[in-house]
Design a protein around this ligand. Structure first.
Ligand SMILES: C[S@@+](CC[C@H](N)C(=O)[O-])C[C@H]1O[C@@H](n2cnc3c(N)ncnc32)[C@H](O)[C@@H]1O
Length: 219
């Protein structure tokens, strides 16, 4: 393994803004840092599959009165965002290293205001459809976590994932509140979709791919 990656695995263990889940050992959601007294009354935003946390950092910077939690199972990626947050003195962003399949264990029911799915893996093969972050089991979890009327935002360069999500939300009984199949081709910057352009998004744009956006509610 590359030395740089190894160093990140080591460093991330000691960062005060990163939490790790231990399999089979989740405590009550209220015992996790995002429910600490210092965050009382702050709206909570989750970024699922945050990678290096570019979105989480930008959302936290733009919304100082809200708490952002970036979630990913790859700790060397989380390390990058968490170290940047510390260097910038950003105190309203936390990172959590866990599989998204388990998030219901760590957050209280109806306590999350927004969920961002930023360029999730499209899982194009039929045999991994259930791993798509907008498959019905994930929508069940999001509905459990979101406050009434809370919004799930999706940005993706994958037409397959975009169309799958539209169908999955409709079948689940959710409501699409905004959609665009090319956010850079219109003047629309609804919900600030153009405010943050991550490295991943820039790479997709440089390949000539269009960026799609969906916002939906589940309750
Ligand atoms: C394509 S990257 C996008 C990263 C980032 N959101 C961005 O826009 O730059 C997808 C990320 O989702 C994470 N991921 C995929 N499936 C996951 C899962 N089941 N649980 C936690 N993280 C997951 C991967 O580790 C990866 O960092």
């Amino acid at each position: 393994m590359a030395k740089n990656k190894l160093h990140k695995y080591e460093r991330v263990q000691h960062l005060p803004n990163v939490t790790f889940s231990v399999l089979g050992e989740s405590g009550l959601p209220s015992t996790y840092p995002w429910y600490d007294k210092c965050y009382n009354g702050m709206e909570k935003i989750l970024e699922l599959g945050c990678g290096k946390g570019e979105y989480s950092l930008a959302l936290a910077t733009a919304n100082p009165s809200k708490l952002c939690v970036g979630i990913d199972f790859k700790s060397h990626r989380i390390c990058v965002g968490a170290e940047k947050a510390i260097a910038k003195g950003l105190e309203n962003v936390l990172f959590f290293c866990v599989r998204i399949e388990r998030i219901k264990e760590f957050f209280e029911e109806h306590s999350i205001h927004e969920i961002w799915l930023t360029f999730p893996d499209p899982h194009p093969k039929n045999r991994t459809i259930k791993s798509r972050l907008s498959a019905s089991s994930f929508l069940d979890a999001y509905a459990h976590l979101l406050i009434p009327g809370g919004i799930v935002h999706l940005k993706t360069d994958s037409e397959l994932f975009y169309n799958f999500t539209l169908e999955s939300v409709q079948q689940w009984g959710g409501r699409v509140v905004s959609k665009s199949d090319n956010i850079h081709g219109t003047d629309c910057n609804r919900y600030g979709t153009l405010d943050v352009i991550s490295t991943f998004e820039n790479t997709a744009l440089s390949k000539g791919l269009t960026i799609k956006y969906l916002a939906f509610t589940l309750n």
